[in-house]
Design a protein around this ligand. Structure first.
Ligand code: HEC
Length: 398
């Protein structure tokens, strides 16, 4: 009896630990989605779903202050609504943030609040979606990003602020500066809104060919941000005309010096446009096979902890990415693939503190090959158990 009780307790804890967000139901509307912000009437009737954003802990930053600020990050819960018409799809995401942080153009120690919405260029096979942190080789992601920046003036219109006059050098630029400030007043914008197509961190290419007509907005009030994105259902990079599409959300907290991979992000989440095909919903939100308790034993026995920090209480380990939040921002299929085919998606980055003999990947004939051993020899049940365990690795919600 005692054994049964403890098993039941263990099962109950794991059941709550693996409870994931559900799919988002998009509402079809006839109104135009050309100009959308949080106050638009298009959100009337749309249903909000909860999504959970987990601190991305893949790579330890080379920044002591930022690491300290982010050491105890909890997950953030946001509300998301989605609407679409014949041409466009729009999202409204609202997330709590106690402080409004706007990046000041001339200060390197100033960081912005921001958000991103990510689509997969090819999602025909839900088991092979792009790497969640900005796509991966051969698996393209389209990322729409908006950040809060102070008003700036770009004389060349290239999004290049490096050529600005430094306003602190009044002795040098007295006259120029007056002219410049007058121009800033009339021409400046604070609209930092960009779209990228990426196959991994180092391949982020800004979409500037005009094919992308996405627009976004951000508004702060009552200690929370509201961000909106309106994007074509079909452009050169992605065709979103399907029963359901995978979408991921990220937010940055400027107060915690958030930038690049120092952010909060969801796993791929299904957004349902038409009823009838549950393939994607089941793949991203379905039941998790396997026994997490057995999986933990198996992970230790198979040496995973020799390369990975798995639980927050484990010491940092530079041999591989930290897995302390991997269950929050990874799909079950991604985790399985990481084990049985490590080079299918190679985490695009490495810890700069790592010893050069322990790189996360090597480049062989132009292709990245993971240094993680292939575990495809394992029994399916054992892999299922480890995957179930990995899904429990995530910070609790704030
Ligand atoms: C020899 C070191 C090593 C061992 C042992 C190892 N890994 Fe890895 N693992 C890595 C490296 C390096 C990467 C990053 C490169 C890549 O994407 O494959 C990685 C990546 C991963 C990822 C993807 C992480 C992310 O952020 O997306 C997961 C999940 C993972 N490993 C799980 C495991 C599990 C579970 C085990 C034990 C069965 C294990 N690893 C054993 C080195 C290792």
């Amino acid at each position: 009896m005692k054994k049964l009780t403890s098993t039941l307790v263990a099962l109950a804890t794991l059941a709550t630990a693996v409870a994931a967000d559900s799919a988002i139901n998009a509402l079809k509307i006839t109104k135009s989605l050309d100009k959308v912000d949080a106050a638009s009437s298009v959100w009337k009737g749309a249903k909000f779903s909860t999504v959970t954003l987990y601190p991305q802990t893949t790579i330890e930053f080379n920044d002591k202050k930022a690491n300290e600020l982010n050491a105890d990050n909890k997950a953030v819960q946001a509300k998301v609504a989605a609407v679409y018409n014949d041409k466009k799809i729009a999202f409204l995401i609202q997330w709590p943030d106690g402080t409004k942080n706007v990046q000041q153009g001339n200060k390197t120690d100033s960081y912005a609040d921001g958000f991103a919405v990510q689509f997969a260029s090819n999602y025909a096979n839900p088991a092979e979606l792009p790497y969640i942190g900005m796509g991966s080789e051969g698996r393209q992601a389209v990322i729409h990003l908006q950040k809060q920046v102070a008003k700036f003036y770009e004389p060349n219109g290239n999004g290049d602020v490096a050529t600005q006059v430094n306003p602190n050098q009044t002795d040098l630029f007295e006259k120029d500066l007056k002219k410049f400030n007058a121009k800033v007043d009339t021409l400046a914008s604070s609209d930092y809104e960009k779209s990228y197509v990426g196959e991994g961190f180092r391949s982020m290419t800004e979409i500037k060919d005009g094919s992308d007509n996405a627009t976004s907005s951000m508004a702060y009030g009552k200690k929370a941000w509201s961000g909106t994105l309106s994007s074509s259902l079909k452009d050169e990079y992605v065709d979103l005309n399907a029963a359901a599409i995978p979408v991921a959300f990220a937010v940055w907290d400027g107060e915690k010096m958030g930038r690049n991979g120092l952010k909060y992000l969801t796993s791929w989440t299904a957004v349902v446009l038409k009823k009838g095909d549950d393939t994607l919903v089941n793949a991203l939100h379905g039941k998790i096979e396997g026994d997490a308790v057995k999986g933990k034993d198996s992970a230790v026995a198979n040496g995973c902890t020799g390369c990975h920090q798995m639980e927050k209480t484990d010491a940092a380990n530079l041999m591989g990415p930290s897995l302390t939040n991997i269950g929050g921002y990874s799909t079950v299929d991604y985790l399985r693939e990481s084990l049985v085919n490590p080079s299918a998606v190679v985490v695009p980055g490495y810890n700069r503190n790592a010893h050069s003999n322990y790189a996360w990947y090597n480049v062989t004939e132009g292709k990245r090959v993971s240094t993680m051993p292939d575990h495809s020899w394992m029994e399916k049940a054992d892999i299922d158990n480890i995957v179930a365990y990995l899904k429990t690795l995530k910070a609790e919600v704030k």
